[in-house]
Ligand binder design. Structure first.
Ligand code: AMP
Length: 276
């Protein structure tokens, strides 16, 4: 397994395989790798001859400096993880390698003023800015994203169609622990007690969903969701609501939705989405 730090070496590496006609799958990550990332790697390996993963904690997508500083980083473990999964190459550039001084920031145009975009101003601007950079550097055939970050997935889908149309986006279902919560790098930040409380909250949300009348519309479901979330033992939440799966609006019947939540355990912000 290669660990590549600079763009010029990465380009040479990719060109060699491109010339051989190998298909290349690419997985963008921020490291602190877990089984969710593992599912993306496995899917890429099924689809492609070579799989490359990037590890880059992208400062531009953190709207709070303290969140960027405290984001989990565990380089040594990530290398072992990729090695065990037989990843072909890790691209792990520095901030300076990716961003020039006075770098222009792209502006996300899609799915704005809802869900995470509402609570993390400029977050998705940072996401599309860094992806635009990485997609220009990493010439690959397919790129892999998790449904765990569903709004991001929908935005990236539109962004790729507009700016990188030769690239094929593959989405991968959310990988979950036995207790049902989504694997996430941020789970590492939870104490044992917080983790257990989060698992209970997630289970209660599933029960709340399964008790709902299947014929109600999204508005009615969201009125009940509001009552439910206010009774939960959580310190803070950003949103807890049903939205239409295809366009993330509040239109339609509950059958066509996912429940989206962003809640806090201590300082840790946890997001998930659950199919109705
Ligand atoms: P991150 O390192 O958190 O930026 O995530 C990198 C990619 O892994 C994104 O496409 C995420 O949606 C995806 N991902 C993160 N957690 C999971 C999970 N539990 N299941 C599936 N994909 C995930």
């Amino acid at each position: 397994m290669l660990i590549i730090k600079d763009i010029s070496n990465l380009k040479l590496y990719l060109e060699a395989y491109e010339n051989k006609g190998y298909s290349i799958g690419y997985i963008p990550t921020m490291g602190a790798l877990h089984q969710g990332h593992g599912e993306l790697i496995k899917q890429s390996q099924k689809d492609n001859r070579k799989t490359i993963i990037s590890i880059f904690v992208n400062e531009k997508q953190f709207n709070k400096p303290e969140d960027f500083e405290s984001y989990p980083r565990n380089k040594g473990k990530d290398y072992d993880f990729c090695d065990q999964f037989n990843v072909d190459a890790i691209f792990e550039p520095s901030q300076e390698e990716i961003y020039q001084e006075n770098e222009t920031q792209l502006e996300n145009k899609y799915f704005k003023n809802i869900l995470c975009d509402d609570f993390r101003p400029n977050h998705f601007d940072g996401v599309v800015t860094v992806l635009n950079k990485f997609f220009s550097i990493i010439k690959c055939n397919k790129v892999y994203f998790g449904e765990k970050d569903y709004q991001q997935l929908k935005i990236v889908e539109k962004f790729i169609k507009e700016k990188h149309p030769s690239l094929e986006l593959v989405s991968v279902p959310t990988a979950r622990s036995e207790e049902g919560i989504a694997f996430s790098s941020r789970n590492e930040k939870l104490s044992k007690k917080q983790l257990q409380e989060f698992e209970l909250f997630h289970k209660a949300s599933l029960k709340f969903m399964s008790d709902l009348d299947k014929d109600i519309n999204i508005d009615q479901a969201n009125t009940l969701a509001k009552e439910f979330i206010q009774k939960q033992a959580i310190e803070k939440f950003d949103y807890f609501e049903f939205r239409n799966i295809s366009d993330l609006t509040l239109d339609g019947k509950i059958q066509d939705t996912k429940l989206f939540y962003a809640i806090y355990k201590g300082q840790v912000r946890l997001i998930d989405n659950i199919n109705f």
